[in-house]
Each structure stands twice: as C-alpha cells, then as structure tokens.
Design a binder for this molecule. Structure first.
Ligand code: MG
Length: 381
C-alpha cells in the first residue's frame, strides 16, 4: 500500500474488533474485513437483488452486486488519489448495501411500514446487523467481527433513537461527529455510481432518452463534447462515452475539492477528521449542483416512471404478504428461523419475532421472494 496521509485510517490505531483476534499474518486488518465481506452469504445474494430494475427484467441491468463493485472501483480510485486507506474504502463500499431487501427501495419501504409497530426497518442499520449478527461463518463469534472503522462506514445514517441503543458505533450521531474519510468516500462513491449507471440502464431500458437528458447540464456538457469530437459515432458508444466522462468529471472534481478542504482544515489525525464540523470529502459547489440536478431528474423520470412503479408495486405486495403470513403462521418459516423465534420468549417476544421475520425477508433475493410468495399462497389451509 502506498504511503498514507496522517489522517487516514490505519490499522495500528484502529478501534479494533468486538471480539479480539490474532492479527492476520500477511494481510492488513481492513483487507481481512474486505475478504470476510466477499465470502459472506449476504454478499453473494446481492447478485439477485434489484438495484432499479427487478432482476428478471433483463440480464444487462445493474444488480446490487454489480452496483457494489462499481462503488468499490470509484471509491478505491478516490482513496488512492487522496492517500487514504484503499483497503478500508473497498471494504465499506462492498458492504454498504448488504442489508438491502429484495426489490430495491420499494421492498425496504414496505418492510419499514410492516415493522412500524416493532421499531421500523432501515437498510443501513440492517447492513450493520448482517455483519454484526446475522452472518454465521465463524466458530468464535456471530457475524463477521469487522473492525470499528468498517462498521462505522457501513452505518451511514442512523436515528438518534437507534444511535442510543447501538453504543460506540452510534455515538457519532449523538455527538454530531463525522466518520473517517474512507467512510465519507464510500458515501459519495455510492451516489456517483448509481446516478451514472442509472443513466446507462435507463437509456438501455428505453424509459428515458437522450433528448430528455440534454436538459441536464452535466450530461449535455459531455454529450456535446462527444458529438463534436466524434461526429460519426452512434449507438451505445455515444452514451457510454458520455457516462464515463461524467464519472471522470465528478471524481476529478471530488478529488480536487476534497484536497482543498483537507488543506484548509489541516487535520493531523483521524480524530481531527471526526471532530471537524463538516465532511471533507465533497464536490465543489457547481459540480454538486449539477450532480443534484441529475439525481433529481432520475427520481422524476426513471424511479417514478410508471413502468418502474408498476414493477415495484407488485413487489411491495409480495413483501407485505410474506410478512403478514409469517407473523400469523410462523410454521411457514424455515426451522432454524422458527427456533430463534421460540427462543425469544417473555417480554418483548413479539417484537423479537417480528425482527427475526424481517431479517429473514430482508435476506431474500428477488427471485426467492417471488417463489416463496407462491409457496405461501399455495399452503393456505
Ligand atoms: Mg448503494
């Protein structure tokens, strides 16, 4: 690994793992985190989870897995350019969506609605739950026992109510502190990745077109450049060239602006980063406005497109139905899940039963949820 900035996360000053372990022999602690994430079951299931388009809509669209890989690619580039910890950035990026339900945001919204009486459901918190508790891979501890810094990056948002329950990892939300720069990078790399790949997937799906996108400053700028520079170019190579140039513009602006911001604050350590009043990884004002304009366009024209909404409303019904059926007839759940519910007796047992049911549903892939819904319907007695 190249030299790290003094304010980068370093394993020598890591706040460590929940369960003490011997240091790895030939990997860094953050490489170990990344490797544990890649070997997890939740990571493999990302392959069949919706990003925007439900998995069976076509083989060419992004899934949560390819999205996470693109986020990691962008994140690593930024981390290296800023002399920050690339391994940690990669680990956070690869893990950031592990808690996502089937059917994308529609699935998460409906599961949150179902869970309202039991404390709600939030995919960020669920990602942390996956790595802290739900993965079953090691003899000595539940979950993946990741370092504090990786967990800190995974927990991007958190309500004050939940932060109080979470202990050290929730503390920064109560103290208005920032996470390390590697976590800040993962956060923005996520947005850069999805805004750009959703332009690509949106065009491919035919739900949005170049004419509409020409209204959007960052797209128009690059589109006109591409048309002028390669007048004979047509088809996918045009839009792909535009998208790659947009990513490059955003990443370049982010690196330049963040360098300036870091120079301004002149931090000596990761603690100075945490105690700064604002994030130091940021886009410049103009580019930030352009990026926001693109994001708002996608919300309006793609995510709320009637075909996407039709797809997601069907998905919502499935999640709602599964939750209601499992809660009413726990016998439909796999035996190990039933056992966990039975073990949660006494006060708060129904809350715990709902949480275990939500964990089970959240872990499903799109296709498993669809098949499971059929099975549940057929088992009506
Ligand atoms: Mg994401």
């Amino acid at each position: 690994m190249p030299d790290l900035a003094p304010y980068a996360a370093r394993e020598e000053i890591s706040r460590g793992r929940q369960y003490q372990e011997k240091s790895p022999d030939y990997r860094s602690e953050y490489q170990r985190d990344r490797d544990r994430i890649i070997h997890s079951a939740a990571f493999r299931r990302l392959e069949y989870k919706t990003q925007v388009f439900v998995n069976h809509e076509g083989d060419m669209f992004r899934t949560r897995l390819t999205h996470s890989i693109e986020v990691a690619q962008i994140g690593r580039t930024i981390a290296r350019a800023l002399w920050l910890n690339e391994d940690l950035t990669e680990a956070i990026c690869l893990a950031h969506d592990l808690g996502h339900t089937p059917f994308g945001h529609a699935g998460q919204d409906i599961l949150n609605e179902c869970m309202k009486p039991f404390g709600g459901f939030e995919h960020n918190l669920q990602s942390l739950r996956v790595v802290d508790l739900l993965e079953e891979r090691y003899a000595d501890f539940p979950g993946l026992n990741l370092t504090f810094e990786t967990r800190e990056g995974i927990l991007k948002h958190c309500s004050r109510k939940n932060a109080k329950i979470l202990g050290d990892i929730g503390q920064r939300f109560l103290n208005n502190q920032q996470p390390g720069l590697e976590a800040q990078i993962a956060n923005i790399a996520d947005e850069i990745a999805y805004n750009n790949h959703d332009v690509d997937d949106g065009l491919r799906s035919g739900l949005i077109n170049l004419h509409q996108l020409e209204e959007i400053d960052i797209f128009r700028e690059q589109f006109h450049y591409v048309r002028k520079t390669w007048p004979g170019l047509h088809g996918r190579r045009v839009s792909h060239e535009v998208v790659r140039r947009m990513i490059n513009k955003l990443v370049t602006d982010l690196v330049t602006t963040s360098k300036q911001k870091i120079a301004h604050y002149h931090p000596d350590s990761i603690n100075d980063i945490r105690n700064a009043g604002e994030p130091m990884i940021t886009l410049g004002e103009d580019t930030k406005a352009q990026h926001l304009q693109l994001k708002q366009f996608l919300h309006r024209e793609l995510y709320q497109h009637h075909r996407v909404e039709k797809m997601t409303s069907l998905a919502k019904e499935k999640v709602r139905e599964l939750f209601a059926e499992y809660m009413q007839r726990p016998g439909l759940l796999p035996e190990d899940v039933q056992l966990r519910i039975k073990q949660a007796s006494g006060r708060g047992a129904s809350v715990e039963a709902a949480r275990i049911t939500a964990d089970y549903i959240a872990g499903m892939t799109d296709r498993f949820a669809i098949a499971e819904c059929e099975r549940v319907r057929q088992s009506v007695d």
